[in-house]
Design a protein around this ligand. Structure first.
Ligand code: DC
Length: 224
């Protein structure tokens, strides 16, 4: 199997890029953040507090999470129910950010992620894909952008949706999330030794996708 790992902080454009690259190569796109969000939804539905890591560790074993592909889109199933529509709420984002730091939660999802990559060619995005989940991935990309640029992108996205937003507030939230993702004890976000760093601050989506595709094609040619 050929595996491509894309890691990086929130708002760097990982999912858009990973989707484009997967489509171009006819690979499966695996959004691991959505799995952490589905786990968070499960915990939230079971009345578990985001600030209670012991209850999270004890409760996460009951979550029945699986992944399916429908019309090329990843669908996350919680006990058979398609929960995609519930994964992007404020409560779920806040819970996911905290519950993903609990080792038991990570152990459960690691297996599912590794199984997917062992049976299919994947582009997988997350925080620890190149470092922990797929240490032998043929291509590892660390996609980042400055806090200012990432905040501006999110600001424009939310503004376009008609939401009332404050740029400085978004910048502060992103900086706080970066700090949490990079300093947690288990599987923190960090650059793998053999990852290629791509800074998208001054690049368009298409330029980033082309850059990554060039890296992939070079690697594929070497493997032949
Ligand atoms: O990428 P995202 O915003 O959908 O991720 C949701 C949360 O899950 C975020 O707080 C980081 C965490 N996460 C993680 O810890 N490891 C991953 N491989 C992917 C996401």
């Amino acid at each position: 199997m050929f595996n491509i790992a894309i890691d990086g902080p929130a708002g760097a454009g990982k999912s858009t890029i990973a989707k484009n690259v997967a489509k171009e190569l006819s690979f499966i796109y695996v959004d691991t953040g959505a799995m952490y969000r589905a786990m968070a939804l499960y915990l939230h539905r079971n009345g578990i507090s985001a600030d209670d890591p012991e209850k999270i560790a004890a409760g996460c074993g009951g979550a029945d999470i699986s992944i399916e592909y429908r019309d090329g889109e990843q669908v996350v199933l919680l006990a058979g129910e398609n929960v995609n529509a519930w994964l992007r709420t404020e409560e779920v984002s806040a819970m996911a950010s905290k519950s993903s730091a609990v080792p038991r939660v990570r152990e459960r999802l690691l297996q599912l992620q590794q199984e997917l990559a062992a049976t299919q060619n994947v582009v997988m995005d997350g925080r620890d894909i190149g470092t922990v989940v797929l240490p032998d991935a043929q291509v590892k990309i660390y996609l980042t952008a400055s806090v200012e640029v990432r905040a501006k992108r999110r600001y424009l996205e939310q503004k376009a949706k008609g939401e009332k937003v404050d740029l400085k507030e978004i910048e502060a939230e992103i900086a706080e999330r970066d700090h949490r993702d990079m300093t947690r004890e288990v599987a923190p976000l960090k650059l793998a030794d053999d990852a290629v760093l791509v800074d998208s601050s001054d690049m368009t989506i298409d330029e980033v996708a082309q850059r990554i595709l060039a890296i992939v094609k070079e690697k594929m040619a070497l493997e032949k």
